[in-house]
Design a protein. Structure first.
Length: 167
């Protein structure tokens, strides 16, 4: 099956989910076929492969506030670990500090490896790592480590800002 057929099948599935009125997050299992939408450069392709390998390794790890291991991890702990292990970049431990790293980019400029930040409560912030131009890898408080779509109504509504850290 070629990449175009896989992409169209995945797109049709996602449209059916949205049309059915489901506003819950859709987790993409590690065994799913390619989820890449955009591969503009060999460097981003490499970063995407590294992130997907980490996603497969962390998929399903439960959420734990302050956690930083496979027995439980929170969103900023996951981001810190991934950047250190895959890219030798030392990020701060908290979302409040991670949002100061790198430089701000517009939502339309998002690409593989960029950080996305959300305001999910009065004083609650959330962070994830973009895998392609639509999906991000994060530690969900309700579902553990998953991939979610940025255009999901929940994440779209709570989107706050994006940052780029040179890899």
């Amino acid at each position: 099956m070629d990449d175009v057929v896989v992409f169209k099948s995945l797109l049709c599935f996602m449209l059916l989910v949205l049309i059915s009125g489901c506003s819950q997050q859709v987790a993409i299992k590690p065994s799913d076929p390619t989820i890449a939408v955009n591969r503009p450069t060999p460097e981003l392709d490499y970063v995407q492969r590294q992130l997907l390998a980490q996603y497969k390794d962390w998929y399903g790890t439960p959420h734990q506030w302050g956690g930083i291991s496979k027995s439980g991890v929170d969103c900023s702990g996951l981001v810190k670990l991934i950047f250190k292990q895959q890219f030798s970049i030392h990020l701060p431990r908290t979302t409040a500090e991670q949002v100061k790293v790198g430089y701000s980019i517009k939502r339309q400029q998002l690409n593989t490896g960029d950080l996305v930040f959300f305001k999910t409560g009065v004083n609650v912030r959330h962070v994830g790592i973009m895998v392609d131009d639509l999906q991000f890898f994060h530690a969900s408080s309700s579902r553990g480590v998953i991939l979610s779509r940025l255009d999901n109504p929940y994440w779209n509504r709570h989107y706050w800002q994006s940052r780029r850290v040179d890899l």
